[in-house]
Ligand binder design. Structure first.
Ligand SMILES: NC(=O)c1ccc[n+]([C@@H]2O[C@H](COP(=O)([O-])OP(=O)(O)OC[C@H]3O[C@@H](n4cnc5c(N)ncnc54)[C@H](O)[C@@H]3O)[C@@H](O)[C@H]2O)c1
Length: 239
């Protein structure tokens, strides 16, 4: 199926590793001019030939403003934004500090607020755009292995998605994917035996499966879907 996004300019935050890297690869396969944005320049060597790398700490407003200017000048007007960058904390509520709470909220949620605000009005003016956020099942059920800050950031991401979707309409859609237990560095401590009995599909998810959902939401076929929360959890949560 032609997704209709050849030559679109896509930016994927946290794009040099894990799920973000798979999203970069998939959007490139669909013909997008794809920018992988990451705080870690050393991870740029993971990227496939042809991917564009831009270093940025997406929790920093000024760096995000510079990023959007650089993409516009060096690659073209931004059509598809994937807010994927995220960090985890496993501190219990008793251990957690306000510093930890704010650090996780800034990277996981404030970054998506900053970038969405920076790009959505230009997308609307140009008549088309896609904003795709990566949330988590933890935002719906609380953290099973992660902190309240992580679950809170991902719950906030759902509210942000729906608010941006209302502003973005009718030209631009904004949706959120809520994965759980995708096989990456973030879940390296999760043992198969520990969780596969709780997942009806019987295994962890793959980065490529998240990337396929992103490609679908980025496509020209999904103009009637906005503000949607798309679960990707092997049936662990059916709501
Ligand atoms: N792996 C899972 O099971 C799972 C489940 C649900 C949701 N998620 C979400 O998916 C997204 C990707 O997760 P992953 O498992 O690939 O994680 P990962 O740790 O493998 O990759 C995250 C990437 O984000 C980058 N990053 C971190 N802070 C950044 C910042 N301030 N600015 C720019 N880049 C930054 C990192 O350098 C890294 O390359 C995250 O938002 C995560 O919360 C993952």
């Amino acid at each position: 199926m032609d997704l209709g996004i050849t030559d679109k300019v896509a930016v994927v935050t946290g794009g040099a590793r894990g799920i973000g890297l798979a999203i970069v690869q998939r959007l490139m396969e669909e013909g997008c001019r794809t920018v992988a944005v990451d705080i870690d320049p050393s991870a740029a060597s993971n990227l496939p030939d042809g991917a564009i790398f831009m270093a940025c700490d997406v929790s920093d407003e000024q760096q995000c403003e510079q990023l959007v200017r650089d993409v516009d000048q060096q690659v073209g007007s931004l059509d598809i934004l994937v807010n994927n960058a995220g960090i985890q904390s496993t501190l219990t509520l008793a251990e957690a500090t306000v510093e930890d709470w704010e650090r996780v909220l800034k990277v996981n949620l404030t970054s998506a607020f900053i970038l969405s605000k920076l790009v959505v009005y230009d997308m609307k003016r140009r008549g088309w755009g896609r904003i795709i956020n990566i949330g988590s099942m933890a935002g719906k059920v609380g953290g099973l292995t992660v902190s309240a800050s992580y679950a809170g950031s991902k719950a906030g991401m759902m509210g942000l998605t729906k608010s941006v979707a209302r502003t973005a309409a009718p030209q631009v859609t904004c949706n959120i994917i809520c994965p759980a237990f995708i096989s990456t560095a973030m879940t390296s401590s999760v043992t198969k035996a520990e969780y596969s009995r709780q997942i009806p599909v019987g295994r962890l998810g793959t980065c490529e499966e998240v990337a396929a959902a992103v490609a679908y939401l980025a496509s020209t076929w999904t103009g009637y879907m906005t503000g949607e929360v798309l679960d990707l959890n092997g049936g662990m949560l059916m709501d």
